[in-house]
Design a protein around this ligand. Structure first.
Ligand code: ARG
Length: 574
């Protein structure tokens, strides 16, 4: 289905096009946006202002000319020119009702198929082997997975790739430390933590003990040369880490299509650097091979160190080239914390110089989320035990569920608490503008009256129960046979909100911002709540009653689908 916004934008654009035929005005960007002031209309078009300026024509007159040139549009009740030249558009309520009805009947719930035939690669989570996931990886995991679901719902072919940090100098230090410091029992209990402990101990020793440092280097050389025993040990590190990472992914309900770590590209690093040399994109400097990026106003980027070793940058260049080759994506999206902005700007510039496809690359970064002190064990800045965080979320959610549904069987209470607790943690991440630093707060994450996961899950469950009540009170009757109508202003407002779901989803994908969808869902739930409080539905007269139940069902469906796109479950009862 086409979104209302796209339909109106195309219509408006055609009007400007014929009104301005023969001029050199560029109308390709003419579009409508949701009204800033709903009392004046549902959508507005602001383009007459800029076009008027460019053409030295009064914007109001230009807007009028465009409206006169527009084809008749059966969806519109009113078109008005306001202020300096805005065009305000108001939809007919019965057209809106038919649109909502069609959306409900559509198996894609009106979501446009904009991704058809297009591949998007999403690089998210990507933790480092033998190190615990830190809060940055967790945000990357949750945001990346939401982007995955959003794009898939819009018809994109998604390739979710976990670019594990499974190569690099740390493995020499780890291999040496493993033999010397390992506590086998601790490895059994918490493998990744034990590996990290061993790594830290070994690393510390390299700083005071020259011979230990030399030994670590030796271990790295052996690994890189393919020594079978070192390789086997390295494989074991990956296996142990993946075991723990996978447990976390399972708990979060997060999935990937590929787990191609950095090591996957080892064999192509030489060729990648040779290509950079052949194209004259790198120069030798103090023994290292460096890409100078003055034109882009970026600092130089080393692609081969003076000791001949390749680095993180080399791997990411090789990875991008390999992904272009294998998947021909329209986008490669990297989700990491803000500290990698410079790295990706450099990589994108170099890849652009190599392929001309830099526009395809997108870094989605987010600020680090601060955790409240003392809520769960924090170590070393923002490294946390995710399990402790999720355990606490489930515990708190269980208290809520026990209060709201004391009669529910214990096992079900626990299942619901799982969905609510994990949903709350995810939503707290997803609903924020990712590019701000926020402090996580339990009160906010679990609030039943604010912009939270549980608020939306409760809203969904309450609507589900309205549908059950209808079935109980009117056995044998079916609301589905009666078309939706928007008669009251609150109904119409809700109808408009419903019809904006596909736009919100498309916008979230366009901006790579799940928070756009989260904001939309919160707005929808609030609009529903004023509908719920202001008009009767089970007690409404027959016909009106069925229409309202139909509206409820569509709101429920939209909340469920929207939350699923954020990776959040919607239990029917809470
Ligand atoms: N392993 C990196 C880290 O933990 C993140 C990798 C992000 N993806 C990439 N292609 N560089 O910081």
């Amino acid at each position: 289905m086409e979104t209302v916004k796209d339909m109106l934008s195309a219509w408006m654009r055609a009007g400007f096009e014929s009104a301005l035929a023969g001029t050199d005005a560029d109308v390709s960007r003419v579009a409508v946006v949701p009204s800033a002031q709903p009392q004046f209309g549902d959508y507005q078009c602001n383009d007459a202002l800029a076009l008027g300026k460019a053409l030295k024509q009064p914007p109001r007159a230009l807007a009028q000319k465009a409206l006169d040139a527009c084809a008749p549009n059966e969806s519109l009740e009113r078109m008005e020119i306001a202020g300096p030249g805005f065009v305000n558009l108001t939809l007919k309520s019965d057209w809106l009702a038919r649109q909502a009805q069609a959306m409900g009947a559509d198996e894609r719930l009106g979501l446009p198929d904009v991704g058809r035939g297009r591949t998007v690669i999403l690089d998210y989570s990507s933790p480092n082997v033998a190190k615990p996931m830190h809060i940055g990886h967790i945000r990357s995991t949750v945001i990346g997975h939401a982007l995955n679901r959003i794009h898939a719902s819009l018809g994109y072919r998604v390739v979710a790739d976990n670019h594990l940090g499974d190569w690099g100098t740390q493995f020499g230090i780890l291999l040496a430390g493993y033999r010397r410091f390992l506590d086998a029992a601790a490895l059994e209990r918490h493998p990744v933590e034990e590996l990290e402990r061993v790594y830290v101990k070994s690393y510390e020793l390299t700083r005071t003990d020259e011979s230990w440092l030399a030994h670590c280097r030796q271990e790295l050389v052996k690994l890189q040369a393919g020594d079978p025993e070192s390789r086997a040990q390295w494989n074991r590190f990956i296996e142990l880490s993946l075991g723990e990472f996978n447990r976390i992914y399972k708990r979060l309900g997060v999935t990937f299509d590929l787990f191609r770590g950095e090591s996957h590209y080892n064999d192509s690093l030489k060729d990648t650097v040779a290509l950079l040399e052949a194209k004259g994109l790198v120069r030798e400097s103090e023994g290292a091979l460096v890409a100078f990026l003055e034109e882009e106003k970026l600092p130089p980027c080393i692609v081969r160190k003076s000791d001949g070793a390749f680095n993180y940058a080399t791997t990411d260049i090789a990875t991008a080239l390999a992904r272009f080759e294998e998947f021909d994506p329209v986008r490669i999206v990297y989700v990491t914390d803000e500290r990698q902005q410079l790295h990706f700007r450099q990589i994108f510039s170099i890849v652009h110089r190599l392929t001309g496809r830099g526009d395809t690359l997108e870094h989605v970064w987010f600020g680090l989320m601060r955790l409240p002190e003392g809520t769960f064990s924090t170590r070393q800045g923002n490294v946390i035990r995710l399990d402790a965080l999720l355990d606490e979320a489930e515990r708190r959610a269980l208290d809520m569920v026990r209060q709201s549904s004391p009669g529910m069987p214990e096992a079900q209470q626990r299942a619901v608490a799982r969905a609510v607790g994990i949903g709350a943690v995810k939503y707290a991440d997803l609903s924020q503008n990712p590019q701000t630093t926020v402090t996580f707060s339990w009160d906010k994450a679990l609030a039943l009256d604010g912009n939270s996961g549980p608020y939306l899950q409760y809203a969904y469950a309450r609507i589900a129960s309205v549908l059950d009540k209808y079935a109980e009170q009117f056995p044998g009757q079916d609301w589905r046979g009666v078309p939706i109508a928007f008669n009251e202003p609150v109904e119409r407002a809700l109808g408009l909100a419903l019809c904006r779901f596909p736009e919100a989803a498309a916008r979230a994908a366009e901006l790579f911002r799940p928070s756009v969808l989260a904001d939309y869902l919160y707005d929808l739930a609030q609009t529903y709540s004023s509908f719920y409080q202001n008009v009767p539905f089970l007690k409404a007269e027959p016909g009106v009653r069925e229409s309202r139940i139909g509206i409820c069902a569509l709101v429920a469906k939209t909340l469920r689908k929207g939350l699923a796109m954020l990776g959040i479950e919607t239990p029917d009862r809470i």
